[in-house]
Each structure stands twice: as C-alpha cells, then as structure tokens.
Write a protein that binds this ligand. Structure first.
Ligand SMILES: Nc1nc2c(c(=O)[nH]1)N[C@H]1C(S)=C(S)[C@@H](COP(=O)(O)O)O[C@H]1N2
Ligand SMILES: [Mo]
Length: 401
C-alpha cells in the first residue's frame, strides 16, 4: 500500500530533483470528491506547499512539515482572497490611522511603526477559519483545505492599542476596521476589509506585527506589517495593512455581513462580537480547541514490537492546552500524552505518546486535546455551510507489519 507520507516524500524528492516539477499527492480517508488529488508547488520564498488555487494563491502546509511548535516562514501557509496582490515598497508604504471615531488622525512610516511604539512579542497560531473544509461531509463550497491552513509563529510588533491611543479615540468607538494593500482585480469582488470589536483591538495581545520568527514578514504573509489577533481565526489577521479606521458604527460590507459568519448557538464560543450579530448568525471569533498527529500519516507502516513515538500539536484560543490524550481502541479508552514546551497560551503545544504494537494489522490511533476551560474536540462534525471550525478528532490508521 502506498501511504500519503510516502507519496509526499516522493513528491518532495521530485521537486528537489526536477526544480519546480509538480507532483500528484493522493489523499486518503477523505469524503468522495473532496481533496482527491493535491499538487505540491513552490511559491517564491517557500518550500513546496499543497496548492489549492493559484489565482488568488491559496497554498497549505503538508502535515509532515509541522515537526516542531514553530512553523518556519518558508513553510507557512498562504491565503489570499483577491487577485490584485502586489509587493509593497517599504519606503513609500504608509499606515493611515483615522475613521470617524479618531479625533487625531495620523500616519506612520515603517520606521516610525518600529521605533515609536514599544516592541512586543507573542507566539500565536494563525489558522484559517475554513481549515479542514475539504474534509466536510457533506461537501461544502470554498477553498478545499486539508489540515494545513494554519501555522504558529513568534510575532513582533507594536500593540494596536498604543497605535490607537495616539489617534485620540472617542468614547463611542465600537469597531476598528483594517484594510490591506491588496485590491480586487475586477469590480465584482468587494475589497477585503475587516473589523474587530473595539475591546479586542484594545487587548494588549493584539498587535501590528512587522516581524515573523525574527525576520521581516514574507511578502505572501503580509510584508511589511500585518494585524495579529491572538486566539481569533485568521480572517481578521489583515496582511499588508495600510489603514486602521476607528468607527462609531459597525462596518457593513460583504466580508463582515455575509462571509465569515457562523450559525448562532452551534459552537461553544466565549468571545462575542455583538455589534455584528443578527438573528441567526454571528461573526466567527475565537479558534476552537484542536490537535493534529504530525509524525505518522494514514497508512504509515510500523513494526510489531517496536515502540511508535506518536507526535503532534495541540492548540486553542488562549485558555491553554490542559491535556492531550490518545486512544488505540476507537475512542473507548484514552491515555494521557506527554505535553512538550509551553511557548505561551496562544501557541501550538507539542505532545507525544509512545506505544508498542503487539499484533500485526491495522492500528488506528486517535488524538484529542482539551483546553484550560475543559472544552474538548468533537467526535462528530458540527456541520455548517461555510465549513468553519472543524475540530473533529483525527484518526490515523497505521499498518503494523
Ligand atoms: N490583505 C489581506 N489580508 C488577509 C487576507 C487577504 O485576503 N488579504 N486573508 C485573511 C485570511 S482569511 C487568512 S486565513 C490569513 C492567511 O494568512 P497567511 O497567508 O499569512 O497564512 O490572512 C488573512 N489576511
Ligand atoms: Mo481564512
């Protein structure tokens, strides 16, 4: 049997040898029609990533790349909505701070952003709301992501609250709207502008980041600066940010009113975005507790009598990971995995679990994480049309020989 891991390795070898050669990567265990084939391709400055679409560029990270809690910049996934993405020239780039709730609008150069505000760092997971959408059953429309529309980086930048303080916010500030330099190529797609509630913008962990893992941000991840909203899904993490607007009224555009909304009451979320709620839906907010197995792919071969060191990552919106457990019997008995380095409550938390198979055949291993609030992953998909918040417990079937 050819495993996903084996195919991935041969695909990577093909790319290394053939330079830009594209290979097919079969995906196992997915609903029919979804993700039956994927292509690894190298974008400028990136390792080969799984291509979901080329224009706009949507590329995810293969699970095998997540071999540590920090995702290197050249492995970090790429997601854009609009066709008009151009590289920003740092010298002419300006960050404009204004809006009807700003009494003192002003603008910043990149040098000023770096030197005039206290630099702070936060390690945080950037995860697309639609991560794992391609695993949705029944199938839903949208980018058909597998497991890798996520990454975890050490972000350095200026607190958004410090930037806003200089603009003299009026007391009736309700939302902060953020726009990036990217533009629709055609008039049919509305410009991508997002807002966050004022309380979240003023949270000390919300920053405008100009460094990612100790380097300037890659162009495709938002150079020269992006919004980092620890704990919240990546739709709010505006890249190539050029404008910050303090508003006295809720932002009303397609990306707020129609997209990135979840049915009310279906998910056990804590953070409310009340100014954008309607009778039936509410904007997506914090990431749900989740985990992945990264050391072994479905179908990997292991030897009877030899210890298997199963490894993976767990994360949540910032309550922190309390425990990760592994089941060898389809979810009846769960045993504790060992947690690795704690890089902060918004970070990926590595875990590992060792087991020695005593019989040949298929060994199914499942992993589930529980966060500091006692919330755990779901066994059954909480179905929703946009395919958000998929934290179904992952299972890999190992072949013991
Ligand atoms: N300017 C801009 N910022 C953006 C987007 C975009 O289309 N344009 N997409 C958002 C979404 S939905 C996601 S998932 C993340 C992806 O971040 P990454 O490309 O750095 O992985 O960027 C966010 N910020
Ligand atoms: Mo996203």
């Amino acid at each position: 049997m050819t495993t996903r891991r084996m195919l991935l390795q041969s695909a990577l070898a093909g790319i290394t040898l053939g330079g830009g050669l594209t290979c097919q990567l079969a995906r196992a265990g997915l609903p029919q029609g979804a993700l039956d084939a994927a292509v690894l391709e190298r974008l400028p400055g990136k390792q080969p990533l799984i291509k979901r679409s080329y224009r706009p560029p949507n590329f995810e990270t293969p699970l095998a790349y997540f071999d540590g809690p920090i995702t290197p910049n050249d492995r970090f996934f790429v997601r854009w909505h609009l066709m008009g993405i151009t590289e920003v020239d740092a010298r002419s780039w300006r960050l404009r701070i204004g809006g009807d709730a700003a009494t003192k609008p002003y603008e910043l150069t990149l040098e000023q952003l770096k030197s005039e505000f206290e630099p702070v760092e936060v390690v945080a997971v950037c995860q697309c709301s639609g991560n794992r959408r391609g695993l949705s059953d029944p199938h839903v429309a949208g980018v058909q992501w597998g497991y890798g529309a996520m990454g975890n980086a050490r972000w350095k930048g200026a607190r958004l609250k410090d930037i806003l303080a200089r603009a003299g916010l009026s007391k009736d500030t309700i939302e902060i709207a953020i726009d990036g330099a990217d533009r629709p190529a055609l008039d049919v797609t509305p410009d991508f502008v997002k807002s966050i509630p004022a309380w979240k913008a003023l949270d000390e962990n919300t920053i405008i980041a100009y460094e990612m893992n100790g380097e300037a941000l890659p162009h495709l991840n938002g150079y020269p600066a992006r919004l980092v909203v620890p704990g919240w899904t990546a739709t709010y993490w505006m890249k190539q940010v050029v404008s910050i607007q303090a508003l006295t009224k809720p932002l009303a555009n397609f990306w707020m009113a129609t997209a990135y909304r979840i049915p009310k009451g279906k998910f056990a979320l804590v953070d409310r975005f009340t100014s954008q709620e309607n009778d039936t839906t509410t904007p997506i907010t914090e990431i749900v507790v989740n985990s992945v197995i990264t050391s072994h792919a479905d179908g990997a071969r292991v030897r009877r009598g030899a210890p298997i060191v199963l490894e993976g990552l767990a994360w949540d919106a910032g309550a922190g990971i309390r425990r990760v457990e592994v089941s060898r019997d389809g979810g009846r008995v769960w045993e504790a995995a060992e947690l690795g380095a704690d890089l902060g409550r918004f970070s990926f938390r590595p875990w590992q679990y060792t087991t020695t198979p005593s019989a040949t055949g298929v060994l199914a291993l499942m992993a589930r994480a529980t966060n500091g609030q006692g919330t755990t992953q779901v066994s059954e998909l909480i179905f929703n049309n946009p395919g958000y918040h998929n934290n179904v417990i992952q299972s890999v079937g190992l072949t013991v020989v």
